[in-house]
Every structure is written in C-alpha cells, then in structure tokens.
Design a protein around this ligand. Structure first.
Ligand SMILES: [Zn+2]
Length: 267
C-alpha cells in the first residue's frame, strides 16, 4: 500500500506533466470510485494549477475546485498518448495536449472527491486528518496517546492521530525508537513519544529522497521504483538477525496487520 513517501513520489512525478494542462473530458468506468454523479461534468475545462499532497491524498488544485485522490491499496496513475483502455483502468482524464491521465486500480479501493477551491482542508475527509509527523506538536500527540488504550502501532496507523504513516513506516519507526508495537499508548513516556515523532520524520524524509518503497505490487507512476526497500531494517525481515542485537526478527499481528519486531530491542 502506498504510504506518504510513495504518494509524494507519485505526486512529484506527475506534476511536471500536468501543470497548466486543461481537462477536456473525463470518463469514469467504475462509478464507486467517485462521490457524485456530475463528477465528469464538474471537471471539464478545469485547468490543473498545481499538485500537492496532504497525508496520503494527492491534491489537484484546479481553476475553481480541488480534486483529491486516494490510491488506497493499489491505485496507480499512467500518462498515455493513445486512447486504449487496459484492464483495471477506471478513470480517464483527457488533457488539452492530447495526453490521457489514466487512473488504474486492481483492487478498486481508491477514491476521488471534489472539494471546494479554498476551504478544502476544512472539508471531509481532509478535515479528519491529524498532522503529519513533521508538523506534529509532541505535547499534543502525547496528550492524545495518554487518553487512548490501544497499542502504539494501532494509534500510529490511525490517520486521525497522525497522518501519512502506514504499515511499513510504523514498523521502521517503532524499531528505531526501540518501542514494542503492542505497547499501550497510555504507558508511553513523553520522551518516547518525542523519539517516535523524530524517527518518523527522519524515516519518511529519507524514504521520500529514495522515491519510496517498492514492495510486491506497489510501483509508482510511470515505472519509477522506490529504493527505500533496501534501507528497511525490520519490515519484511522475518527470521533475519536484528541489526542491533542479532536476535531473530519475529512477525506478529497488530490490528490485523503483519508486524515485524525485535523482542529484545523493542520494549
Ligand atoms: Zn534487536
């Protein structure tokens, strides 16, 4: 599943091709991906002013609207010069330069929504998002976690608490912070929360610089593969020796998600 660094990679690889282009036609081939019946009509003749990212959402700033796109499990974008439709193509945006921006999604979990031009951050679903780690206030996150009785991994996956982290980067962040993924949030000390946020910032930044992580089915736009998988220290490393203590890395389930942990280092 694409997380913050992968979505950032998709955004920045699309950006140079889309800025200043006008959407001439929209075809939605799978209606469940969109939120309104007049989706196609609303986007015609809208110019793409700029692209942005908030949490794991790609934000298309248009002439007088904001279009948001969430890739969920397997969403991908392609730019095509022809009008051919391939398997799993669900939305086609025809641009005024003849290119088609195609949204392709094997699992069909991705979502689009049209929001207002200026108040989009105050509209759902963006208004429900917590801050990204780099904008997070440690005091505030500490207070939120103190009141919760869930595991720290579950809390970090909750986009309302903090946005942008998913399964891979939560595992990496908790390993770096030496905290067990099942540790209850109310038991965390202030310095531990501070460490978690600092490590999340560091790991996400380094993953963005490497174009994200390519694991199994996830590839970013136009075949650009992330390189961060080579830097993973714990995620996917079952039965391999921990880089700190050489003890075998174990795989457990937390909130139904495969979770990798060194039980010796992470307490
Ligand atoms: Zn260890």
């Amino acid at each position: 599943m694409p997380e913050l660094p992968e979505v950032e990679t998709v955004k920045s690889s699309l950006e140079p091709h889309l800025i200043g282009k006008t959407i001439k036609e929209v075809k939605v081939l799978y209606k469940n991906l969109i939120d309104t019946d007049d989706f196609e009509k609303k986007l015609v003749n809208q110019k793409i002013i700029k692209l942005n990212r908030v949490g794991k959402f790609i934000i298309f700033h248009l002439t007088d609207k904001t279009l948001i796109s969430h890739l969920r499990m397997e969403g991908k974008y392609f730019l095509r010069e022809n009008n051919d439709i391939y398997k799993h193509d669900h939305v086609v945006f025809k641009l005024d330069n003849g290119l088609n921006l195609v949204y392709n999604d094997v699992r069909k979990f991705g979502r689009f929504k049209i929001l207002s031009k200026d108040k989009y951050l105050n509209e759902k679903p963006l208004s429900n998002l917590g801050p990204e780690p780099k904008n997070a206030n440690v005091n505030q996150i500490f207070r939120i976690l103190k009141k919760k009785n869930v595991s720290i991994k579950t809390a970090l996956l909750d986009q309302k608490v903090i946005s942008g982290l998913g399964n891979i980067y939560v595992d990496e962040t908790l390993f770096e912070s030496k905290i067990h993924p099942l540790k209850k949030t109310y038991k965390l000390k202030y310095f531990e929360v501070k460490k978690i946020i600092e490590n999340a910032i560091k790991i996400l930044e380094s993953a963005i610089n490497m174009g994200g992580t390519t694991i199994r089915t996830y590839y970013s736009t136009m075949g650009i593969d992330g390189k961060f998988q080579n830097r993973l220290k714990i995620h996917t490393k079952i039965n391999q020796p921990c880089l700190n203590c050489k003890q075998k890395i174990e795989k457990i389930k937390v909130s139904g998600r495969g979770t990798y942990v060194c039980k010796n280092c992470q307490k």
